[in-house]
Design a protein around this ligand. Sequence first.
Ligand SMILES: NC(=O)c1ccc[n+]([C@@H]2O[C@H](COP(=O)([O-])OP(=O)(O)OC[C@H]3O[C@@H](n4cnc5c(N)ncnc54)[C@H](OP(=O)(O)O)[C@@H]3O)[C@@H](O)[C@H]2O)c1
Length: 294
Amino acid sequence: MHCASGRRISSNHRCLHNLMIETFDEGGDCSRPTKGRDMRFAGKRVLVTGGARGIGAATAAAFLREGAMVAIGARTQQSFDVFLTKHQGTAKHQGVKVVPALGKIGSQRQAAAVIEQAVSALGGLDILVNSAGYFAEVKVEDVDQAHWDQTMDTNVAGTFFCSQAALPALKESRGNIVNVASDAGIIGYPLGAVYSASKAAVVNLTRAMVLELAQQIRINCVCPGNVDTDMIQQAAEATGDPATYLKAAHDRSPMKRMARPDEVAEAILYLASAEAGFVNGAILSIDGGGVCGF
Ligand SMILES: NC(=O)c1ccc[n+]([C@@H]2O[C@H](COP(=O)([O-])OP(=O)(O)OC[C@H]3O[C@@H](n4cnc5c(N)ncnc54)[C@H](OP(=O)(O)O)[C@@H]3O)[C@@H](O)[C@H]2O)c1
């Protein structure tokens, strides 16, 4: 049986009061039997930029556990190797491959090269997670061109151009994108003017791209509050008083703690899953209530 778009459907359709609801198994052959929650991504091809560390690594590991083949975006082979050493047992157990997609993503050319590696190694792409990002605290008066460029190039240009380069493969698979923005894209952060602007750009490019592409792919966005990763640890070290910085990071959330990377990963997997098939342009806060107010 074929659906309206010519794609084949079988076990993934339901009849409700004579209405045929076609539930696509996104990004692949929609005739595949539905898997249980624990293997939601079996057979899916996933690229996680910034996939070797922090939120990206937790996300990539979660996809592996649920049966996906995963390309890890990393700037160096060494960064990829650290991830591989930690997670190759999971990949082996699940019978899936983990491949590198090496290079920076700060320009259209760099992003296209990273996407090309992933698409060729995986034979296509079902899901792109744009997690690579750069953060450093700088006073407004001290922002220089280098800080502006590194923040905007990595967070905005990288997210946009990776998505652009992945579009042909994602349209073919009817796949989806999850962007990793930040609560700083919704509220301002002191010493974070450029970072906040870059993450607000990620939030709104998510929405604008949905309006253009909703017939073909879904695009969603997560906005974590403080997450316990190298990014926060490095920002804390840079102040010279990490304990005070980390206490403030805990206190900023009404839940008085930071998120764990796996808590953000779980939300990303939900948005990327077929269960979120009608969720498009969502800006999902994962901040313990941090943007609710003071
Ligand atoms: N941690 C937080 O509190 C927090 C809160 C809200 C949002 N976020 C966002 O979450 C995302 C992940 O952050 P994280 O906390 O997991 O940070 P992290 O542990 O510092 O990891 C950052 C990742 O980004 C990659 N990266 C940085 N610059 C890059 C570039 N120019 N080209 C390609 N890759 C680059 C790094 O690659 P290498 O492996 O090569 O180093 C690394 O994998 C970022 O977008 C960040 O803004 C973080």
